[in-house]
Design a protein around this ligand. Sequence first.
Ligand code: PPS
Length: 300
Amino acid sequence: MDGEALEEALNSVMFKHKCMLFENILTSPEIIDAVEHMEIRDGDVILVTYPKSGTVWTQQILSLIFNEGHRNGTEESKTVDIMPWIELKINSEDFTSRPSPRLFTSHLPYYLTPRDLKFRTGKIIYVCRNPKDALVSFYHFYKMKSNIKCTIHWETFIEFFVSGKVACGSWFDHVRGWYTHKEDFNILFVTYEEMKKDLRSAVKKICTFVGVNLDEKEIDTVVEKATFRNMKHDPLSNYTFVPKEHLDKSKGDFLRKGIVGDWKNIMTVAQSEKFDKVYKEKMGDLPIKFLWDLNEENAS
Ligand code: PPS
């Protein structure tokens, strides 16, 4: 019964295009098709994620890396304007007029990204997060969505997440798709957990990949401005600008907890074991590893 109500609610706000689920209010089949033909330049950097995996966090990091020390008037710019989404209506500008190096953001699966990227033009940073924490984060996020009118039950949401009936489809297909096609792209994989464990090293790794040389003091600034604590109060990066027609902020925050292992606070042992079984079936053959816990109480 729960499942039927949720299915009906989700069907009314999403459409399927080329085997992927998208949100009506955010995009359209025409936009998705156009993205495949988008011209990519050498020097473009595209952040790609499955939802709730650290997108907004990495938008902040990349925006700072590219502008720290030489802000060029970006002090008052939102990260979403510095690094627009390529497949969303909210950024329906003409990207060709942007000066290089251009920064973009996307949740697209590997097979729908701009074709130019497959010729190793441009650089992709793929950020992934352990799926139990991504699931929990997505669950809380869905509960904030203004256009979902039914009550969302945790047990039901797990089933929908595992079977890919949520926006952007299956976490397993998304991560697997990008990982197994990594040779086709100029791509760096970063995990949410490694950023939590050692943000400074993660920032340096990203700097090296994108070819930006920051001195130690500039790196300190990037790290400081990208902590959960600081971003939570930074309206340029914390997505508090999302209108209430999209997100009901009385029900929670976009920057909710920002920790590794929150799944332990909500998943029962039985749910966790069932999830582990699916994870093993779908991802067990890949060398990719996730940290499921950092023994951490609070976000940095
Ligand atoms: S979205 O909607 O797909 O763009 O969401 P996304 O930004 O990928 O993921 C949101 C989660 O990332 C957490 N977050 C952070 N964690 C640690 N440090 C920093 N600075 C940070 N910024 C965002 C955010 O809190 C969401 O995770 P949860 O677990 O819900 O707190």
